[in-house]
Design a protein around this ligand. Structure first.
Ligand SMILES: Nc1ncnc2c1ncn2[C@@H]1O[C@H](COP(=O)(O)OP(=O)(O)OP(=O)(O)O)[C@@H](O)[C@H]1O
Ligand SMILES: [Mg+2]
Length: 429
């Protein structure tokens, strides 16, 4: 604390308690939304930096975007408030803090665990640690090996009982200490924030996201989704139109999305659900659907043949290259025949990776959905729950989830980038 107070740091009581604990090896702040977790992490980084005798501190967020938008932005803001000088070297992602006696904070993202290998640091902060891949968390924790401090700080909202929870908190060591913090503990927050949020979350979610209490297994898969936050209808008609498809026998749930690759964002504008259909028929019918949609949003008449000429990308299941007993052509070949451009990887991503990618996009507000255009997809986001640790497949909600998962994962993967190469169909054979 002493060192944070060299500036004018004013910390809330729970923040002060965590920062002042210099003995616990792992300090975990499990808190509700906006409870002041990231600021606690920033204060702990500063305190650890001044105690590490020149060794750098590693600060990690789940994605590169969050490194810049969340950690670096919060650090710059708080350092200014606290009157501590800093310099940010953007190309190296290094934040140098202090006057005279300085130390470096290496700002990295967990979606690239390779970038962590070989680092030697005196302390570690992982913000939103439960949204990171377990492997990345393990690599990061092993990097803390020099200087007198060697403490680890993990901050974030509880996210059920995932792989990271298993690693750190399922059987915690005596040197691990956890603070559970409610959103209300952050007295800097505007007074009506909690009341507003309570209106948007069900009781179960409020327990986790406002009280910081971890929920029992069996919670919602897409717990980050809220109709009020993501069910918006932002301006459409300017982005790239895509289809995200899941191939199923019987029920096919295909999603239509407007995607802005540069912003890594997508807005789901519609869905096309076919029952007792096959890929060829579904592909023909969705062309008519797309023609009507484009005519409405692009303000000119567009026919199904025009859609065919546009060679719209369809992100889909990698198993679409396999023949089925029903048809001699593969799903992917049928899509090509209908004038679409199928996209998928060599093998399907793991379910966890798909879910995490979608959760991160929801967190960053990079994935939104039109509830009128895609009511079943919206319902899937709200209702799909974990059963025996796996997303529930009953009720047909998994078809929509799979389609959205492929669209997001093949383009904006959060984990294991080597798996996620997008390869055109021709090269997949
Ligand atoms: N000690 C403090 N002094 C001044 N402002 C603070 C302090 N702690 C938190 N805040 C302010 O409260 C708000 C929420 O803090 P912070 O971003 O740390 O919360 P969080 O729990 O990480 O939120 P999220 O759930 O969005 O990740 C921010 O605007 C932050 O500047
Ligand atoms: Mg935060």
């Amino acid at each position: 604390m002493v060192d944070v107070r060299r500036g004018n740091a004013e910390l809330l009581p729970h923040q002060l308690e965590l920062v002042a604990d210099r003995t616990s090896k792992i300090r975990v702040m499990q808190g509700g939304y906006r409870s002041g977790k990231t600021v606690t992490g920033v204060a702990a980084v500063i305190d650890m930096g001044f105690r590490s005798e020149g060794a750098p501190i590693l600060a990690i967020e789940p994605t590169y975007r969050m490194v810049v938008d969340v950690f670096v932005a919060s650090a710059m803001r708080m350092l200014d408030v606290w009157g501590l000088p800093w310099r940010y070297h953007k190309s190296d992602r290094v934040l140098t803090i202090g006057r005279g006696r300085t130390f470096d904070v290496l700002c990295r993202s967990a979606d690239n665990p390779r970038s962590l290998e070989g680092l030697t640091v005196g302390g570690l902060l992982v913000d939103e640690w439960e949204l990171c891949e377990r492997e990345a968390l393990q690599v990061a924790m092993a990097r803390v090996s020099v200087g007198p401090c060697q403490q680890i700080v993990l901050t974030g909202t509880p996210e059920g009982y995932g792989p990271c929870y298993d690693l750190v908190l399922a059987a915690p060591k005596p040197s691990t200490r956890v603070w559970v913090v409610r959103t209300r503990a952050n007295t800097m927050l505007r007074a009506d924030y909690v009341a507003d949020m309570e209106g948007r979350l069900d009781a179960d979610e409020a327990g986790e996201k406002l009280e910081g209490q971890r929920r029992a297994k069996g919670g919602r898969v897409y717990s980050r989704f809220s109709r009020d936050v993501h069910g918006r209808n932002p301006c459409v008609g300017v982005a790239e139109l895509q289809v995200w498809a899941d191939f199923n026998v019987g029920k096919m749930h295909w999603v239509v999305a407007e995607v802005e690759p540069a912003r890594q964002s997508a807005h789901i504008v519609g869905e096309f659900v076919g029952t007792n259909t096959d890929t060829a028929r579904q592909a023909e019918e969705i062309k008519r659907y797309l023609a009507a949609y484009l005519t409405r949003t692009r303000r000119r008449h567009i026919t199904a043949d025009d859609v065919r000429a546009m060679r719209i990308k369809v992100f889909c299941d990698a198993s679409g290259t396999q023949r089925t007993s029903v048809t001699p052509l593969t799903h992917v070949a049928l899509l090509q025949q209908a004038g679409f451009e199928p996209r998928h990887g060599l093998a399907n991503p793991l379910i966890d990776d798909r879910v995490n990618t979608v959760q991160i996009m929801l967190r960053d507000r990079r994935l939104t959905i039109d509830p009128q255009g895609a009511p079943q997809t919206c319902m899937m986001f709200e209702r799909q729950a974990y059963v025996n640790g796996q997303p529930d497949k009953a009720g047909g909600l998994d078809a929509a989830a799979d389609a959205v998962g492929y669209g997001c994962f093949w383009q904006f993967p959060v984990w294991r980038q080597q798996q996620a190469q997008i390869i055109p169909f021709a090269r997949a054979l």
